[in-house]
Design a protein around this ligand. Structure first.
Ligand code: ADP
Ligand code: ASP
Ligand code: MG
Length: 458
């Protein structure tokens, strides 16, 4: 589906991103290739690794993996890829290339088993996208689209925080203009999401699910007119359709609301995806590569309706840390000390509530982040300042919409329906777009279902 939006000063280029299930097998890749062929504004294709490959690479990147297990993981990855290439006329040449890549992967894995490093871990994780992008370029060629493999690492410049690298937007913009943009005149470029490189040229990764973010960064860098995120559902739903079959697709949603959804755990988009799109005002379409004609969701600055309740997001595996100190009473500077410790360990605080002598905090933890979060070292350092208690097994539920902070009755509409659950922490008022709270993990799905039935179907 193409989206018609008139924008001044923009070229007619769409960056199209396909997630893991969209490039999982040959049929899936072929469907995606036809999506590209059917709209010739699609000039840059960003792919994830084929479904299952990154999880295998994560296993491979861990310390102390025995040689036999390493081999069986690599065989599993090889099988996923060869099951795709066997349908292509260029199978022999492509398989030879893949085998060479897998030999390099095997060397990296061996090195990791001997001496673990986060740097080498990122190298290992990058192989999934390296493989899928090579194969997808050939699938495009097989249907007469001039698809070309392009290594994104010299463009996607980041710092050296392996596992969760921070991007350098200015450099990405300048490299994209010199290295990528000139190629788009006569080619469809197929490149990798998720991976980048630091100043020394070492491979880095942007965190799990980071391909959405890569695509948005490239769209921004080349001033694309559109960004399409092709996935396994027909757009953004009122809540995760895996939680309730009552969830329904949203036709259009504002940047602000969609960004809150992504931040609060709606896996459909990596949390940072909309930041570059908002900076450049690039409309983002989300649709299903299985049913491209079924429509989807358009995310843009201005939308026709701004309902109080738009969606419910759920983020699992939350840790609540409560720091308590009598010193805090009427004193200044205590919170600054706590935040200094957290910043030193690169922990980003997400929610916060305070009472007279205690502060409760949760942290940003993008799903499946490859970085350890609240380590023993952080807790020990905090304990030098105050009493610390740590609770695991919580889920964060966010009700997302418009003017939530300024609408009467929001609190009772939400909490009256779930007053038989233990609500652990509530944050309301800081954002016009959300009200969120923590519940025990075991209750999370039920709370979302109940709220969804109340706010969206009653
Ligand atoms: P991809 O591999 O294409 O990046 P993901 O698995 O990362 O796909 O994201 C798509 C999944 O996000 C869907 O299958 C769905 O279960 C989940 N999801 C979570 N919240 C939502 C939501 N509000 N709307 C749609 N999908 C959602
Ligand atoms: N392949 C990476 C992952 O599985 C990145 C992505 O799919 O967005 O996390
Ligand atoms: Mg994803």
């Amino acid at each position: 589906m193409s989206v018609s939006v008139n924008k001044a000063n923009s070229n007619n280029i769409t960056v199209a991103k396909f997630g893991g299930t969209s490039v999982a097998d040959y049929q899936a890749m072929l469907r995606c290739a036809h999506i590209i062929k059917n709209d010739n504004s699609n000039r840059v294709v960003v792919v994830s690794a084929s479904a299952g490959v990154t999880n295998n690479l994560v296993r491979l990147s861990q310390a102390n993996i025995a040689a036999q297990e390493r081999e069986s993981i690599i065989t599993e990855i090889a099988n996923i890829q060869f099951n795709i290439t066997k349908h292509l006329a260029c199978q022999l040449i492509l398989d030879a290339e893949i085998k060479e890549i897998l030999t390099t992967l095997s060397d990296c894995a061996k090195k990791q088993a001997e001496q673990y490093s986060l740097k080498n871990s990122d190298e290992i994780l990058s192989f999934g996208e390296q493989l899928s992008s090579r194969i997808f370029a050939q699938v495009l060629q097989s249907i007469d689209v001039n698809g070309h493999y392009f290594d994104i690492r010299p463009v996607m410049k980041t710092d050296s925080l392996h596992g969760k690298a921070q991007v350098n937007v200015a450099e990405i913009s300048s490299k994209a203009k010199t290295l990528l943009l000139p190629k788009l005149a006569d080619k469809v470029i197929v490149t990798q999401g998720f991976i980048g490189s630091d100043e020394q040229g070492n491979t880095t990764t942007l965190g799990r699910g980071g391909s959405d973010y890569s695509a948005a960064l490239l769209a921004e860098a080349i001033q694309a007119s559109h960004l399409s995120i092709w996935t396994d559902v027909v757009g953004i739903f009122t809540t995760d359709p895996r939680i309730t079959d009552q969830a329904r697709s949203i036709n259009e949603i504002s940047f602000g609301e969609a960004a809150e959804m992504a931040t609060f755990g709606a896996k459909i988009l990596h949390p940072a995806t909309l930041i570059p799109a908002m900076r450049q005002d690039i409309p983002v379409f989300v649709g299903s590569s299985k049913e491209p004609e079924a429509g989807g969701t358009l995310i843009q600055r201005q939308v026709n309706s701004n309902p109080t309740y738009r969606s419910i997001a759920l983020r699992r595996e939350q840790t609540l840390v409560t720091v308590k100190s009598p010193e805090m009473l009427h004193a200044s500077g205590f919170l600054a000390k706590v935040f200094t410790v957290l910043a030193k360990h690169q922990l980003s605080v997400d929610l916060i509530t305070t009472s007279e002598i205690s502060v409760a905090l949760t942290f940003d933890n993008p799903q499946g982040s490859t970085q350890a979060l609240l380590t023993k070292a952080v807790v020990e350092e905090l304990e030098q300042l105050c009493e610390v208690s740590v609770e695991h097994g919580l889920s964060l539920i966010a009700v997302i919409g418009n003017k939530i902070h300024g609408t009467k009755g929001v609190g009772s509409s939400i909490f009256d329906k779930v007053n038989d659950f233990n609500i652990r922490m509530i944050c309301h008022g800081a954002s016009e777009h959300n009200l969120c709270f923590l519940v025990p993990e075991a209750d999370a799905n039920q709370v979302v279902e109940r709220l969804h039935a109340t706010l969206f179907t009653e």
